[in-house]
Design a protein around this ligand. Structure first.
Ligand SMILES: Nc1ncnc2c1ncn2[C@@H]1O[C@H](COP(=O)(O)OP(=O)(O)OP(=O)(O)O)[C@@H](O)[C@H]1O
Ligand SMILES: [Mg+2]
Length: 319
């Protein structure tokens, strides 16, 4: 008999440092603009998902690569403090990747990315031990060869594979990514990425085209408009929760993925897992920081207070 798996979600992808600045306005060339507030901390999809799952009360591990520098040390410190399993984390003799995120008063985001060591995670560096102990593997925005290796191992150990292509990878199109997508159980992507992959705008048709390659579940995220879910268990639009103030929407996709996969690993039904994930993501956008998410208790009371049904009526959406 198969041994029970102790890790709920393992994230595979980029571990970066996020340098975030709220600015008065974006500076033009030869201009200086004021920084109103700042926060610096670990980011990148793999980091966000690993930290978020832990914060929501699950067990997580990370497979990623950092540099042997100050950013790398700080990333490792944070992961250890949060008790993420880092035995699959690799270190390279180069610079850690980082992102410079500037957010203006209206919430517009301007982003500069330096991938450094993060993108050098090689297929033979995927920890078989970690994969064998994980219920769900979430692969985000990672080079296809390494992603395929992680997915193949996951299939060998009967772990579910979730994949978020991110903007850059989605531009490669469905055909060139078929080798990876056919190994994936769950695809989480936004509407632009769905269109980039398939050339189809309509979330229902777009997600169906992706399902045609193999995945059982495709969720098309649509920011404040919620999502479209395409799966045998639940198919249709689901609105999200209204929030009073949008402070920082970066990491909302990762917050969604963390909560959705953790919820499924807890044996929840698809519809609840989607609502739970939208609650976590909605609360995330009200906070500054890529992995600034609520605890499980906060999410549960938020869900109690905000009955989705009311929101649905307002948007004229039927079950
Ligand atoms: N302004 C918002 N208000 C409420 N919920 C939001 C808002 N923005 C995002 N969300 C929630 O977060 C989920 C994921 O966000 P989004 O659709 O922007 O994904 P994404 O584009 O992958 O995000 P990211 O920019 O992090 O990659 C949405 O499905 C929604 O539930
Ligand atoms: Mg995204």
């Amino acid at each position: 008999m198969e041994e029970a798996k102790g890790i709920d979600v393992t994230s595979v992808g980029h571990a970066l440092m996020d340098l975030r600045f709220i600015v008065d306005h974006f500076a033009n060339p030869d201009e200086e603009a004021d920084i109103l507030s700042q926060s610096t901390g670990p980011g990148g999809s793999a980091i966000n998902v690993a930290l978020n799952v832990k914060k929501l009360g699950g067990n997580s591990a990370i497979i990623a690569k950092v540099g042997l520098d100050t950013f790398g040390r700080s990333i490792v410190d944070d992961l250890m403090r949060t008790k993420v399993d880092i035995s699959g984390l690799k270190v390279c003799f180069g610079e850690s990747g980082f992102s410079i995120v500037t957010i203006d008063r209206r919430g517009n985001i301007s982003l500069y990315g330096y991938k450094g060591c993060a993108e050098n995670l090689m297929p033979n560096e995927i920890s078989e031990d970690i994969i064998s102990r994980s219920k769900y593997i979430h692969i985000a925005s990672l080079r296809p060869d390494t992603s395929i290796r992680a997915a193949i191992l996951a299939k060998e150990y009967n772990s579910f594979v979730s994949w978020d292509p991110g903007r850059r990878l989605s531009l490669k199109g469905l055909n060139s990514l078929k080798g990876l997508i056919k190994l994936v159980d769950i695809v989480l992507l936004n509407q632009h990425e769905c269109k980039n992959l398939t050339g189809i705008d309509d979330p229902a048709k777009c997600s169906m085209t992706i399902r045609g390659v193999g995945p059982d579940i495709v969720v098309v995220k649509m920011g404040p408009r919620g999502l479209y879910s395409n799966s045998d268990e639940f198919e249709g639009y689901m609105p999200t929760f209204r929030v009073k103030e949008v402070k920082d929407s970066t990491g909302s996709g990762d917050a969604f993925a963390s909560a959705f996969l953790l919820s499924l690993s807890r044996g929840e039904k698809m519809k609840f897992a989607l609502q739970y994930a939208q609650a976590v993501a909605a609360l995330k956008v009200t906070r500054l920081g890529a992995n600034a998410i609520p605890t499980n208790e906060e999410v549960m009371s938020f869900l109690e207070e905000n009955k989705l049904e009311e929101n649905k009526k307002e948007h004229g959406i039927k079950d």
